[in-house]
Design a protein around this ligand. Sequence first.
Ligand SMILES: [Zn+2]
Length: 308
Amino acid sequence: MQSRIIGRYEGEESGPLLICIAGIHGNEPAGLQAIDEIFRLLSIEKDFNPGFSYKGRFVGIRGNLPAIALRQRFVDRDLNRMLLVHEQERIKSTPEDQWSSEDRESIELVKAVEAEIADYNPRATLILDLHTTTADGGIFTIASTDAMSSRLAKGLHAPVILGFEKGVAGTTLHFFNKPEESKHCIVFEAGQHNDPQSVHRTAAAIVNCMRSIGCVESRDVDHRHDGILINMSKGLPRVTELIHHHRIQANEMFSMHPGFTNFQSVKKGDVLAVNQFGPIESPYDALVLMPKYQPQGDDGFFLVRVIE
Ligand SMILES: [Zn+2]
């Protein structure tokens, strides 16, 4: 198994701590590859750009080690639905030999993030959680409604989805976003899992975050990164809000109809999926997000509405 920490890079000047987590879902390698690419770029930047300076520390962390090794979303449970204080307490009060694979991962991941923050003790921390989706069609960021989160999310030039912290429980956003402690968390979804462009888009998102929080100067950032993200977001809404989450119940024989893409517009009554009781219709005029085309997971599909 690989190590939890992918790497650390520290500038000469102090500044914010940027932690990128990739592979919380083991079947999403783009974030891991993008973090490797960022470490490579940071290591050679001064050769091309002697005036380059980095403020702060950058850390790459692997999310779910056994799932990454198996290249599957998870082993026993979706790690990105169990990041909750009461889950942490449940696990800690259970004997370790009874822990599931994700019980262990959630304890180890939280411990790793907390150790990085304690070690660097920065004035501000940004956790960027990197994902990809099974469906094609667009990049997006998932953010909380606090001012800093929205500002950071908009800086990524990708559609911002609000309302996830109310609609879905136990994600990184819930656990790590604590604006009152200057800890922020946003999620970046880079496109389809195995699209090579998802790696470039993720690398661009990391660089944009470094600029937004002041780790690098705008003059040191290649405009190519903005271009990649702006291009991909063309025609997509700027801000949307989660209005519906089809959570798959135990024993539900859920099957998404083929061909839906992220941000595809649907009408109330359109058939989106089917289960053993018959067709599942859209309860709203809305846009589809993250339709389920992978075997694992309890999220059938999400519906969002345009705010901006
Ligand atoms: Zn994911």
